[in-house]
Design a protein around this ligand. Structure first.
Ligand code: ADP
Length: 612
């Protein structure tokens, strides 16, 4: 069999995606490879296909139990013998698995990094024919990242101990230079071929919304997309609790996930989400690494995350099956303050010196600034992200809220001057909220206490909406006309260029046309991402029937539904309406094994449907 036959037979796909073939060919030639590809690009196939073509066993070092379980489940469903070795196995099960591995039962074995150098595993590995060691989520080797796993540093030592050095492949979705260098050095990759694919995920629709009532926005989205499964990320445990409780009140069967819950509840909630028993997951960033659920149709960030890297990774959990998905960020200026606070609170991992820690914090503040720019830019959101990762594209993707909003240049000279004058007159002592409230003439008691109610500029922009005053301040900050300090309570200061606001040149700012200021959820509609819109040409009702069958099978087999078939496969099925097994095999994601196993049941539902 060759790689194309493997792809079709086991995975049911007709062609490789960008980067996959190059990596597979490299590994099959015996050369190390390092693949840097975004979430959802299809990294697993890059090592699974060669693993099946190589003579011996492939060991996959993987950081998370859930990830291993999922991957092994998918492989077994496809008819490939695979196993995992981690702490979820009892001593007896572990021994038995090792014994079977020793007898050559498995082609692919997933293992937790901590196990590699244990006596029992080494005894097996030294006597086995290991063709390849794959390091998944390779960025865990880097001390710079939040996912650092000390045991990853031992992988190179393990490989050195093997009687014959296997091919080594490493994969990550983290694109920063520091991480790349750490991976290359710590894993001792030998003249690896580096393969970086484009970071663009064309099926994702990006939207930033600055509407004041975030919860109403969430509810609006959920009401418009009632059967979709998705994740709502919040910055803190407390916010997770609040949002989840409010969703329950509204009758939404959401589940929650954060580090403060018991292991048992976390596991149960995660399973409920994966198995589609609970469609909505409300979580902190503790949830998600290694979550392979392919039919996540939306990722809503209830708060702005701390940097673009995290945002792209978390938002990237949407639409892994290649189907349309929404990534929505609900931004509020308060999120910046909360993130600043979290950075200040960061404590060192016990590995970094105080000086290094200060450097990390400095870098985190800079990244936060970029994230804030993303939330406030009027430019193309996709282009912003790609440029951040060093990729240059057109600045009009037609598939983000900014590209779909009509903008106009407005003259903000007078507002800008009044802001600067107010900052000056109040001694540059206050943050954005106080300045905005003063200018707008708010009756808050805080302004009475701090004396701003008596400021000369109090109420001088009473006829300008609050959101516009804020927007102009953000704009002035980007352009360097004012400066917002990075303290726990950020303060607005004037800069050397503030004076320029008062010369003859008018100050112009791009802003959404007034008629576009409808509830933001309508813009998603505009983006063509309403639930059924991407089912054009497919039969939505049949799709629902097939989904029901998938759920029944999943329950019987105790696997998540997307492991039986992805949404993409079901959609393709409902469009093609195959009548024979041969036609069924042509459906995207249907390999021989799955065709044999499920073909009849699905063909049956389709036939009955046609008869109606
Ligand atoms: P990553 O690990 O890069 O985040 P995965 O390996 O989980 O991504 O793949 C994401 C999804 O894409 C999976 O559902 C996988 O089956 C699918 N996929 C991978 N390669 C292909 C391909 N060549 N054609 C179609 N679908 C693919």
């Amino acid at each position: 069999m060759d790689k194309y036959q493997i792809l079709k037979k086991y995975f049911g796909y007709d062609c490789f995606r960008e980067g996959q073939e190059e990596i597979i060919d490299t590994l099959l030639l015996g050369q190390d490879a390092f693949g840097i590809m975004p979430t959802g690009a299809g990294k697993s196939l890059c090592y699974q296909v060669p693993a099946l073509l190589m003579k011996g066993i492939t060991l996959v070092v993987s950081p998370l139990i859930s990830l291993m379980k999922d991957q092994v489940g998918t492989l077994n469903q496809a008819g490939i013998h695979a196993a995992f070795l981690n702490s979820t196995l009892s001593a007896g099960q572990y021994k038995r698995a090792l014994q079977l591995a020793g007898e050559g039962t498995y082609k692919i074995i997933y293992i937790a990094p901590e196990r590699l150098l244990t006596e029992s595993f080494l005894a097996f590995a030294l006597g086995a024919d290991i063709s390849m060691v794959t390091v998944d989520e390779a960025h865990c080797v880097s001390q710079w990242g939040q996912d650092f796993r000390p045991a990853y540093l031992k992988i190179a030592e393990f490989i050195r101990l093997l009687p014959k050095r296997p091919v080594v492949s490493a994969f990550t979705a983290t694109a920063t230079r520091e991480v790349r260098e750490d991976v290359l050095a710590a894993l001792e990759l030998q003249e690896p071929k580096m393969i970086t694919t484009g970071f663009d995920r064309k099926n994702l629709f990006y939207r930033v919304s600055a509407e004041a009532d975030k919860f109403a926005e969430v509810m609006h989205y959920l009401t418009e997309h009632p059967t979709e499964s998705g994740i709502i990320y919040c910055l803190t445990r407390k916010i997770v609790e609040e949002v989840c409780a409010r969703l329950w009140q509204k009758g939404i069967p959401a589940v929650r996930y954060h580090a403060g819950l018991s292991d048992r509840e976390r596991q149960k909630n995660q399973d409920d989400f994966l198995y589609d028993a609970a469609p909505v997951m409300v979580a902190t960033n503790a949830f998600g690494m290694g979550i392979d659920k392919s039919n996540v149709r939306f990722v809503i960030h209830y708060n702005m995350p701390k940097n673009i890297e995290s945002y792209y990774q978390e938002a990237g959990r949407a639409g892994r099956d290649g189907e349309e998905a929404n990534c929505i960020l609900l931004y509020a200026p308060k999120d910046v303050v909360l993130n600043q606070f979290l950075i200040d609170q960061e404590t060192e991992h016990g590995v970094l010196t105080e000086e290094e820690m200060e450097l990390v914090k400095e870098r985190d503040r800079e990244r936060l600034k970029q994230m804030t720019f993303y939330c406030t830019t009027n430019g193309c959101l996709r282009e912003f992200i790609l440029r951040y990762f060093g990729e240059y594209t057109t600045n009009y993707c037609k598939k983000c809220s900014n590209c779909l909003t009509e903008f106009e240049e407005i003259d903000i000279t007078q507002i800008a001057r009044t802001i600067a004058a107010c900052v000056k007159s109040s001694g540059q002592r206050f943050g954005m909220t106080v300045i905005t409230d003063t200018l707008h003439g708010s009756r808050s008691s805080k302004l009475k206490q701090n004396g701003m109610a008596k400021n000369k500029y109090f109420g001088s922009l009473a006829d300008v909406p609050i959101y516009r005053i804020r927007q102009v301040m953000q704009f002035l900050s980007h352009k360097g006309y004012i400066f917002v300090t990075k303290d726990q309570y950020p303060i607005v200061k004037l800069t050397e260029t503030s004076e320029a606001l008062f010369d003859q040149t008018p100050v112009l700012m791009k802003a959404a046309k007034e008629q576009e200021k409808k509830p933001a959820a309508d813009q998603t509609k505009q983006g063509g991402n309403k639930q059924k819109s991407h089912f054009a040409g497919t039969d939505y009702a049949l799709f629902e029937e097939l989904r029901k069958l998938r759920m029944e099978i999943a329950k019987t087999e105790k696997v998540p539904p997307y492991i039986v078939f992805s949404d993409k496969s079901l959609r393709d099925m409902s469009a093609r309406k195959p009548k024979t097994k041969a036609a069924f095999l042509a459906v995207n994601g249907v390999g021989e094994h799955k065709c044999r196993k499920y073909g009849e049941q699905f063909l049956d539902v389709i036939a009955k449907w046609e008869e109606k």
